[in-house]
Write a protein that binds this ligand. Sequence first.
Ligand code: TXA
Ligand code: MG
Length: 321
Amino acid sequence: MPAVLPVDEDSIARAASLLREGKLVAFPTETVYGLGGDATNGEAVAAIYAAKGRPSFNPLIVHVAEARALDALVEWNETARTLASAFWPGPLTLIMPRKKDAPVSLLTSAGLDTLAVRVPSHPAAQKLLRAVDRPLAAPSANASGKLSPTAPAHVAESLGDKVDLILAGGRSAIGVESTVVDTTTLEPVILRPGGVTREQIEMALGCKVELHGGAASDAPASPGMLASHYAPHLPVRLNAETLADNEAFLAFGPDAFIKGGAARLNLSPQGDLYEAAANLFAMLREMDRPDYAIIAVAPIPETGLGLAINDRLRRAAAERT
Ligand code: TXA
Ligand code: MG
């Protein structure tokens, strides 16, 4: 079982140093407990997906202590400014355009050009974010498909020692996740209903706001399916074991015995799925150039994070509509 520590100066300092080492810490927020990892460290983010046992890469929310900390990460527009000043710190997540040079792992946003960002109000979350002084990626601290945790015991039950430390800060006051609002579209859209109501959002913006799909909490959650989701321009060929001259090769594990190709990158020469996940979106982008005809990808094992990697690759390889 993981260490469970009440929130005080020592446990916050311990949590911050674990996070800076790339470890995972569950922490209380006003909505639900989050499973936090350093959003700038691709392998820490890969460890979050692995701990949750998510079969696909669902983009994660980036948490910061104050809105100003987002200037380096995302582009502000008027809708985002209005909503941020009305509801932060608090149970609201904004989807905003990601800055090109944002120091956040592409895995955090599952390769999207947007970033989900939130400033939580829970005092322990605030203290932790200030102590780490880095943006934290944090999905709800439960195994994939299970209920979101609103008490430290739920986190321990659901994740066990897949988390390195649980900061115990009592019951979550709100108990449902944050409201997710996409501010990148001409008219803002609520992607997930949550702690801030639609009425409150409409009041702040002075206009009606649509609810995406109108469905249950994780429904939009196939942002993997949204048109905006990053897919390479080049066709993708899976399970490549030989190469044509015009193919760019995305290898995994030892690859010297596979000859040819126009270029190659290796997701993980040692065959480490965490490293591969951390490199996946950045390397796909790097190979997505008109100089090549196809991105050929080596077989990736269907175990652990390999499920999520293969899910993403199959989508990238699927027939384009
Ligand atoms: O209250 C909360 O939001 C909690 C606490 C820990 O902050 N976190 C949380 O994270 O609920 P998670 O990963 O369970 O849910 C994140 C939601 C998902 O529905 C995901 O699809 C959506 O946010 N999301 C994240 N990034 C997105 C993006 N760039 N575009 C669209 N949707 C995004
Ligand atoms: Mg969740």
